[in-house]
Design a protein around this ligand. Structure first.
Ligand SMILES: [Zn+2]
Length: 196
């Protein structure tokens, strides 16, 4: 029995356990219109990729705990000092200083609004969201950027107030742990695993 690859960090090094690639038998590709002659083979490939979050790890850890983190430039020499960025970014785009993480969960709960939206009937490979996907761009008071996410309950409208929900029960530690619902949505209407 093989075990799917797992990783932790100790002494500043990756420590890996299990299998990071898996051999799967190939199969022939044959021509149904010509006596099933051999045309080639399939080459199944499956691997586990180690995706480092670097300075953004705090953002994803916080989602799993029901908190939305942003960053703020606190460099006194920066022309745009005090600007708050959501999505979370490490360095200020104006002065390149390392920014300060801040918890903006309450700002999101009290001020998030749909800036614009699009509804997608089709999706790309590996999509696991229910279709149609209601992508929303979200604006917040006092935040200089717009966040792209999706509405998981109801229908989007321009300017509609929305609140964040978090997958804290069984987190994926990805952006899928964050979604939005119309303000006033009841807790029992939320998708499985999500809470306010
Ligand atoms: Zn700056």
């Amino acid at each position: 029995m093989s075990m799917i690859g797992q990783v932790h960090v100790k002494n500043n090094q990756y420590k890996i356990k299990g299998d990071f690639h898996h051999f799967t038998p190939n199969t022939p590709i044959r021509n149904a219109d010509d006596a099933w002659k051999l045309m080639g083979v399939t080459n199944p490939r499956d691997m586990t990729y180690m995706h480092s979050y670097g300075g953004e790890a705090l953002f994803f850890e916080s989602l799993s705990q029901g908190r939305l983190m942003a960053t703020r430039c606190d460099n006194p020499k920066c022309e745009t000092k005090g600007s708050i960025y959501q999505p979370f970014r490490i360095h200020c785009p104006d002065c390149l200083a390392k920014m300060t993480p801040i918890d903006m969960t309450n700002i999101a709960k009290k001020t998030a609004k749909v800036h614009t939206f699009m509804v997608c009937e089709r999706s790309g490979a590996f999509n696991i969201l229910d279709k149609p996907i209601k992508f929303i761009n979200i604006e917040f008071d006092g935040v200089c950027t717009i966040l792209m996410s999706y509405l998981s309950v109801g229908e989007p409208k321009m300017g509609m107030r929305v609140v964040p929900i978090f997958q804290t029960l069984d987190p994926t530690y990805t952006i899928l742990d964050l979604a939005w619902v119309p303000d006033g949505t009841e807790a029992d209407q939320l998708p499985k695993g999500f809470s306010f």
